[in-house]
Design a protein around this ligand. Structure first.
Ligand SMILES: [Ca+2]
Ligand SMILES: [Ca+2]
Length: 130
C-alpha cells in the first residue's frame, strides 16, 4: 500500500477537483462535466482509449512520467507542479507500486465522475464529511 498521509490525501483531492473538468472532458461525449454518463459502454471504451493514450510506451501501465505528460496536455491552463502531479498520481495508485494499472485508472475516473455528479447536486459539503 502506498503511504499517504491524510494531509497529502486532502491536497491530492483538491488538485483532482481543480483538474476534474478538463480531465473528464478527455472522455468526450461519454460523460459531461456534471458527471452524467451517456452510455456505460461508451464510457468503458473511452476509458480504455484514454488509458492507451496515456500509456505512451505501451507496456500496459501508466508510469508517473507518462501521467505527468498526460496531465500537462489534458489540464493545460491549470498550473500543476511536479509535486502536485505526484500527489494526484499517488492517490490513484492504490497498491502503491508506482504504476497505474487499468483497474486503478478506471477507479480514479469513476471517482471523478461521482464527485462531479455530487458537486453538481450541491452535495460537496456532505461528501467532505464522509
Ligand atoms: Ca507505460
Ligand atoms: Ca498500481
Amino acid at each position: 500500500m502506498a503511504k499517504i498521509s491524510l494531509g497529502q490525501a486532502k491536497r491530492a483531492r483538491k488538485l483532482w477537483q481543480k483538474a476534474r473538468k478538463k480531465f473528464l472532458r478527455s472522455f468526450g461525449s461519454a460523460v459531461d462535466e456534471k458527471g452524467h454518463v451517456k452510455s456505460e459502454d461508451m464510457l468503458h471504451e473511452k476509458i480504455k482509449e484514454v488509458f492507451e493514450m496515456y500509456d505512451t510506451d505501451k507496456n500496459g501501465t501508466i508510469e508517473l512520467d507518462e501521467f505527468r505528460n498526460a496531465m500537462i496536455v489534458t489540464c493545460k491552463c491549470i498550473f500543476l507542479s511536479k509535486d502536485d502531479v505526484r500527489a494526484m498520481f499517488q492517490v490513484a495508485d492504490i497498491d502503491g507500486d508506482g504504476k497505474l494499472e487499468f483497474g486503478e485508472f478506471q477507479k480514479i475516473v469513476m471517482s471523478q465522475i461521482l464527485e462531479a455528479e455530487q458537486a453538481s447536486q450541491g452535495l460537496t459539503g456532505l461528501c467532505a464529511l464522509l
